[in-house]
Structure formats: C-alpha cells, structure tokens
Design a protein around this ligand. Sequence first.
Ligand code: PLP
Length: 372
Amino acid sequence: MQVPLVDLRAQYLKLKPEIMAAFEEVLDSMRLFLGPRVQAFERDFAAYCECQYGVGVSSGTDALILALRACEIGPGDEVITVSNTFIATIEAIAAVGARPVFVDIDPETYLMDWQQLEQVLTPRTRAVLPVHLFGHAVEMQPVLDFARAHGLKVIEDASQAHGATYQGQRVGSFGDIACFSLYFSKNLGAFGEAGICTTNDSSLAERMRMIRDHGSRIRYKHELMGVNARLDEMQAAVLLIKMPYLDQWNAARQAHAQRYAELLQDVVEAVPVTRPWGTHVYCYYVIQVPARDQFREALAKEGIETNVHYPIPIHLQPACSIYGYEKGMLPVTERAAEHIVSLPMYPELTEEQLQLVVAAVKKNVLAGVKKM
Ligand SMILES: *Cc1c(COP(=O)(O)O)cnc(C)c1O
C-alpha cells in the first residue's frame, strides 16, 4: 500500500457531486468575477476567524503583498519575520520593496522567538510578520505588546493554520491583517490558486479591496495603482462547500497526530509540541530524526511519501544573498532544517496507513541510529 504525504483525491471524491453542481451553477450564471460566492465566502471565512472583514484574493502570496501594501510598507522599510517559513513570506516583503529582517525560532515549536525582536529593531522597522507555521499559533501576546510599544504593524501569515487558536481565539484575528493561502493542499484549499486577508480595520479592508482590483472601487476609475489579485467565483464555490468541514478535518488531523505521538514518542527525537496556550491543526506533521535523508529514502522504498518543510532556510537561499545573511546567524533554524521531516498527514489518513508509517519509521530510525 502506498501512503502519500497528502491525498487530495480522497477529499474530492467525497464532495464531488456538490462541487460539480456548484461549478455548473457558476458557469450557467456566468458571474465569474467578484460575485455572490466570493462575497459569501469572505463573510463566512471572516466570521470563522472572529474578524469583521475578509478580502478574497488570488493566492496566499498576493494576500501578503496586499496586506503589506495596505499598511503602506515599502522601500526603506524593514519587516521582522522568520527564516523558517515558505519563501512566499519573504517574496511578499521583497515585492513591496521592503527588507526582511530575521529572528530565530523556538527549537521546540519551530516558531518565531519573540525574545529576539528587540535585538533586531531599528528606526526603519515598520512591521512584524509572525508565521503560524505547520499549524501551530505563534505566541502572539508578546509580539502584539512589542509591536504596540514601538508603533509597528502586525501582519500574520496564517497560511498553514486555518482554525488554529491562541488563548482560545482563532489565528487571523490578532494582527492588523492576517493572510491565508487557500492553495489546494492547505487545511482549507481551493482547486487552484486562492487566498484571503482578514482584518477588523475597515479602511485596511477597503484598501485591499481596491488594490486587488486595479485600484478601483468603481469600474474604470483607478484611485491608486493596483494589481489583478482577485479571487474568482469558481474557487470561491469550492471554498464555500469545503468551509463547513474545516473543523472536522482539523479534528481528524489532531486525532492522527495524537496516534502518531503515542506510537512514536520514544522512537524519534522530537514529535510536534503544542504549547498550553494554543491548539495545533497539523498542516504538516513534523518530526526530527537522525540521518534524515537516508531515512526518507528508506521510507520511499516502502511506498511512504515524506517531505521536508523546509530543507534550506530562507536566509541561506541564493535569492536572499542580497540581505547579507550567512550560515551560523540563525543556528536554531539551521539545525532544524537538517533534521526535520514531515510524515503523511491529511484528514482521510486511515489507521492502517498510519500503522504502516509508524512501523516504517520505527524500523528505519533504529537502523539509522545504529549506522551513526
Ligand atoms: C502556502 C504558503 C504561502 C503562499 O501561499 P500561496 O497560496 O501558495 O501563494 C505563504 N506562506 C506560507 C507560510 C505558506 O505555507
């Protein structure tokens, strides 16, 4: 039996009749552009995040760019974030002409270490951009306190944490703006490219609505220089159908994570940690093993797909050489990148599949340890 990292087909097959009917409705209506489904999804998703406004956009990357632009962050400005993230977080900062400034991570949660914020603050710092990576919320209160003390904006990258909570409140509602990817393999995903920004600030929401649609509120009247970053009706139709299942899918991920933890606790170096103030929605199930690359090869031979999120920290990527970071500057991030590996994780994972993964992990971790 093969165990994929993510099985998108399983979810699709369950929802196929509903999705096909919705596609047909959208096409029959020929309302393809900022129509009723986009509006309904924006409203539902914002409410889910305990936020007043949702602005549907064409990807998570665009969500971040629009959020930064709406906050008027641009050339000469610095944005504090982490290197342990997907490149899109940094691309968005670069796209608006600002400079990313990295802090290291907590070695157990892999998330922004807020205790380092003070050390990298400069007169050019304009915003903090915490990333709720792998499905766990960043410890937001100290981040918010730091931002308030220094007059900074807070933009959350919640692309891997739809439904995760901090102090009982859903992520996406803490910063000035939060950005979610709705890429097809995220906890909530369209069948193509999509994203959304959430905020409680009506003027930021209004600005993002304008920027995503060529800087206009009224067609062909362009108040500012915008882009085309709209969410389309076909993707919104899929998202509206999937939205009511999000909590139950996250609960299934949590149940799998609990099984993995029970069975692997004494086998691997680190199973995911959940802090008492948060809930984890396991976008990825990340463990640490010695001899990681051999370990992955051995699992692949047994039909088990794994991945590494992410093998090269962003500050060491060739694309980031202009920022002047070198190996050794973010030691916790760099060490994690050498040992982390993501195991299969998706709501429809079966107990049988999970047992196969666990057996293969046990066998190969023990073999790897012996070799070393
Ligand atoms: C997926 C992801 C993005 C980018 O989203 P896209 O929809 O692929 O553009 C940004 N940040 C993080 C942390 C992500 O995981």
